[in-house]
Design a binder for this molecule. Structure first.
Ligand SMILES: [Zn+2]
Ligand SMILES: [Zn+2]
Length: 343
């Protein structure tokens, strides 16, 4: 029986990942698997499990030998329950990984990779400490993506934190090719019997490529308090759900529209994340509905839902799909709070 090298991949699928970022992660995972499946050492030892986290954490792929790993389908959900993901990961490790016993070396110590582009929305301190207790250092590696990631928090959760500044398909490819190179080095060390316990990911043997930076504990740059806002909308014409992303304009307290992305129909199946209200007078457009191209927004104070509407509609009426209430254009208060989240 060969000793297995168990690898746990924790992937953030919160709403901030909606659209191109999630497609880039999906593609990154595929590229990584393709590269690793060509590596005889990795094929021999590596087993992989994938956990996704948003409002809650889920096992997207139970621990599976590399050759049989099929990339799981990723779908966005509200919230960033990183604490729940760390707890689930610890439970899986306790259940799946064979401990070494006298006369039986068991499995290698697991490696855990956490990929996120935001900040946890649940308590992560206890779960992080519990996980570290069973995954000896430096087995936990954080992959922080984009400029809104809370690197300070990640540097407390993981022994090694690597950050990727731009969440582009090219950037994600670089990040996952580093992960796959690290795993190739680790599985080779394991296969060659160079290590007894954990074939730790070593930056000397798998140096970072351009675009990636190592974040040292205590040296993480500060993150602005609410760098992005995520507002849920419903298309008045199609009923489709989408998210409007707003980016804060430094030093002004205001937010500028930076894009809209369709959300899956079952996006809210786990319930909405706790919302922080935002004053709409601080938001500046333009914002376009990804389903119908409408450029107006109206808010039903009955349902607490915002909809797209057609600014060119001469009747000037907006109809709420939820409660049937009709609003006249210009009825609206200029400054009111709508539910928003920080993803
Ligand atoms: Zn629409
Ligand atoms: Zn309504």
């Amino acid at each position: 029986m060969t000793r297995r090298l168990p690898v746990y991949l924790l992937l953030d699928v919160s709403e901030s990942m909606a659209g191109p970022p999630l497609r880039a992660v999906d593609e990154g995972v595929r590229l990584m698997l393709r590269a690793l499946k060509k590596n005889p050492y990795a094929l021999e030892t590596l087993h992989m499990s994938v956990i996704t986290f948003a409002a809650r954490a889920e096992v997207a792929l139970p621990l599976t030998e590399l050759l049989s790993v099929v990339p799981p389908k990723l779908a966005v959900r509200p919230g960033t329950a990183m604490g729940a993901a760390l707890t689930l990961c610890r439970e899986l490790i306790s259940r799946d990984v064979k401990k070494s016993l006298p006369g039986d070396k068991g499995d290698y110590r697991p490696l855990v990779f956490i990929l996120t582009d935001g900040a946890p929305t649940d308590d992560w301190r206890g779960p992080a400490a519990d996980l570290k207790r069973i995954v000896p250092r430096p087995g936990v590696i954080a992959l922080g993506c984009g400029e809104d990631v809370e690197l300070e928090t990640l540097s407390r959760i993981a022994e090694t934190t690597v950050s990727l500044a731009d969440v582009t398909p090219e950037g994600m490819e670089i990040l996952f090719s580093w992960v796959s190179a690290s795993l190739a080095v680790s599985s080779q060390a394991a296969g060659a019997g160079e290590c007894d316990g954990s074939p730790a990911v070593s930056l000397e043997k798998s140096p970072l490529r351009e675009g990636l930076t190592l974040v040292k504990f205590g040296e993480a740059p500060p993150r602005s308090s609410r760098p992005r806002l995520f507002l849920h909308r419903v298309c008045q014409r199609t009923g489709g759900l989408y998210v409007a992303v707003y980016r804060s304009v430094a030093g002004t307290g205001r937010y500028l529209a930076s894009g809209t992305h369709p959300l899956p129909e079952d996006f809210l199946q786990d319930g909405a994340a706790p919302a922080d209200p935002v004053d709409v007078s601080l938001l500046a457009g333009p914002e376009t509905c990804p389903y119908c191209g409408n450029m107006g927004i109206f808010y039903c104070d009955e349902c607490r839902t915002s909809y797209c509407f057609d600014v060119k509609d001469s009747s000037g009426t907006c109809y709420c799909r939820g409660c049937g209430k009709t609003y006249m254009l210009g009825d609206g208060n200029e400054s009111f709070d709508v539910p928003g989240s920080s993803g």
